[in-house]
Design a protein around this ligand. Structure first.
Ligand code: CA
Length: 225
């Protein structure tokens, strides 16, 4: 069952949309502002987002940019008819489609269905890295260990992503530091070791005898071949 996130501060409209989506067999969550939208995006991993542009605090366009920094989820913008320019900007910041207010529920649901269909077709196998019982999904930013979500923090995810994408190759600690933390003079190579330790606790059967993320003494780490 697909899960739809509705980002809209007008409660009555949001509830009406949610009701209609549920009638069609979808799960629906509502966020009343940008911050809770990002929060729900991370927690519930929706399959599509309906995003109103006029929101209190950060507006829908900014929310769309934030969503795009961490997800490829289809985003349908809800725009006011009087603001034609929003459609153009919306598509530029990464929205997939838009619906003009006021809209009919039939039209909205048809757009949602189309967006879900398109996104299912575009799932590229390269988006999922697999190995030794791990499954790293770069589009959804999730890691599963034998099918169970590992709940990695962002830096842990990035570390694992680099290691899995370079399976079998030794990644030097300085390289990992540079790629994951960037040019930050307050961070030293020991940080890499600390994060690798936390990562192993989440993705290894026995963190003290790692079988997936291997230490190459004096050099760095590699993902087992
Ligand atoms: Ca609004």
């Amino acid at each position: 069952m697909a899960r739809i996130l509705i980002v809209e501060d007008e409660t009555l409209l949001a509830e009406t949309v949610a009701f209609n989506l549920r009638e069609e067999g979808y799960k629906a969550d509502i966020a009343g502002d940008g911050a809770s939208a990002i929060d729900l995006l991370r927690r519930e991993k929706p399959d599509a987002v309906l995003l109103d542009i006029m929101l209190p605090g950060i507006d829908g366009l900014e929310v769309c940019k934030l969503i795009r920094r961490e997800s490829d989820v289809p985003v349908i913008m809800l725009t006011a008819k009087s603001r034609e320019v929003d459609k153009v900007v919306g598509l530029e910041v990464g929205a997939d489609d838009y619906v003009t207010k006021p809209f009919g529920m039939m039209e909205l649901i048809a757009r949602v269905r189309a967006a879900l269909r398109r996104s299912r077709c575009s799932v590229r196998p390269a988006d999922v890295l697999q190995g030794h019982g791990l499954e790293l999904d770069t589009a959804r930013h999730t890691v599963r260990v034998h099918g169970i979500e590992a709940g990695l923090r962002p830096k842990e995810f990035e570390l694992l992503h680099i290691l899995m994408a370079n399976r079998g190759r030794v990644m030097e600690r300085s390289l990992l530091l540079d790629r994951v933390w960037g040019e930050n003079e307050y961070i030293d190579a020991g940080t890499v070791d600390v994060h690798i330790r936390r990562l192993r606790e989440k993705v290894e059967e026995n963190p003290s005898k790692p079988a997936r993320i291997l230490t190459v003494r004096g050099v760095g780490y590699k993902f087992a071949e």
